[in-house]
Design a protein around this ligand. Sequence first.
Ligand code: OAD
Length: 251
Amino acid sequence: MELLPKGTLETIRNAQKIIFLTGAGISNESGIPTFRGEGGLWKNFRAEDLATPEAFQNNPELVWEWYDWRRGICKNAEPNLGHITIAKWQKKSKGIFLITQNVDGLHPRSGSEPIIELHGNIFRARCTNCSTKFHLEQDGLNHDGLKYCQNCESLLRPDIVWFGEEYDQSLLTKSWELCQLSQVVFVIGTSANVSVPAQLALTAIRSGAIGIEINPETTSLSPSMKHHFQGKSGEILPKIWKEVFEEESIG
Ligand code: OAD
């Protein structure tokens, strides 16, 4: 059975800019827990204790312990067909942009480019004093526990946007611009509970893009979408690829 009607397929094929906006759900099939819903991280951990600047100030050891644990899960996970389909799409066509809320590094590992990691990356750390960024694996900082800057010896923190913190302004500006200029926005595996990413999707739609959501559940964004596919991104994205390109090259 066809997933997308002819008109939508034409819009996708003729689009100058397509946005893929992803959240934790796209990595769920790779074995990485989501944040909300059944088995979600925020069911078992309190964000206030682990993902705020105050939490880090009060107990940096605990915060690093949690991020070291999560980094281990991400390191052992492999990109799934959802990540791989987006990366192949970006290689095949011009004007395909990926904006992700995920910090797990699976999109870059699947070869996606360009990519905007709105919430940072769990494999990076940043100096609390001089702001120098480090790659924990490549810079030999992948031990558990507190880590210190190789320039000024101050404490490093995870390079993640925590609750109550500002987004990187240049990434945000670029994201708004792309969303305003897009003709199609795929919204994949996000509960849309965090307002900036949800607003990005709505901005694209208000600017004339058609919205295509892939999620086993409906979200607050679902009513604004032209199509909602209730299912797993690792299964649905390859089928959409097949319809758009009329070829089976994924999987
Ligand atoms: P959530 O955990 O809030 O939502 C994950 C969504 O993925 C849910 O709507 C699920 O229904 C859906 N989902 C689950 N499995 C899926 C699958 N196989 N295919 C497609 N969808 C699936 O995650 P986010 O919306 O990404 O911030 O959360 C946003 C931010 O809140 C995160 O970036 C994180 C968190 O606090 C930081 O850590 C800074």
